[in-house]
Write a protein that binds this ligand. Structure first.
Ligand code: HEC
Length: 166
């Protein structure tokens, strides 16, 4: 056997063995939390549709898995993104965050979108249509601004300010 063939065979063997690595349970909860973004705040349908389409795979309890996601190491890698993404921001539990966290995350959402940081580029590489065009960006950012303004109008400033980290 040539060297290349041996290396390819070893790689194939490793890939096959990797398939035995346990997969994390799917991020597809049937149980509503009662704290979903759209249940706790007014979200215009088109804005909700954008968030659901471009963000919910990593920022909610409901991921749409592509077929290749059941293959390792893809499964492992996707799961990392989902875990990390939900840790930072979960639209399925958004209403359970403290006022200050909600207020802050709203600002981050507008910022991340504006700077093309989100959706993650590794994601839009495959999910090209998840990229936001400028109209969609404006829609999300106007909604964020209006919602943040309503927080400011309805809650004391101190409840929205970030606590100093010690
Ligand atoms: C492929 C998975 C994925 C998608 C899709 C995705 N995100 Fe994220 N997001 C992450 C991960 C992972 C993190 C945490 C690490 C980081 O900041 O890069 C994160 C972090 C964030 C944060 C937190 C930043 C902070 O510092 O508080 C915000 C806000 C955010 N994403 C918004 C969005 C929005 C809005 C969309 C849709 C337009 C979106 N994300 C789409 C994976 C994703």
């Amino acid at each position: 056997m040539t060297r290349i063939a041996t290396i390819l065979l070893i790689l194939l063997g490793v890939l096959l063995l990797l398939q035995f690595y346990p997969k994390a349970p799917k991020n597809q909860s049937a149980q509503p939390t009662g704290y979903e973004l759209e249940k706790t705040h007014a979200v215009p349908d088109p804005v909700l549709a954008i968030l659901q389409y471009s963000c919910y795979d990593c920022h909610s309890n409901h991921t749409n898995y592509p077929w290749y996601s059941s293959l390792q190491p893809v499964s492992f890698w996707l799961n990392q993104h989902i875990e990390e993404g939900k840790d930072e921001l979960n639209f399925s539990t958004f209403g359970s965050y403290s006022l200050r966290r909600q207020y802050h995350k709203l600002g981050e959402i507008a910022e991340q979108i504006e700077e093309d940081e989100m959706p993650l580029s590794s994601y839009t590489l495959i999910h090209r249509t998840a990229r936001l065009n400028s109209t969609q960006k404006n829609m999300v950012s106007s909604w964020v601004t209006a919602l943040r303004d309503s927080f400011q109008a309805n809650y004391p400033v101190d409840s929205l300010k970030r606590k100093k980290r010690r």
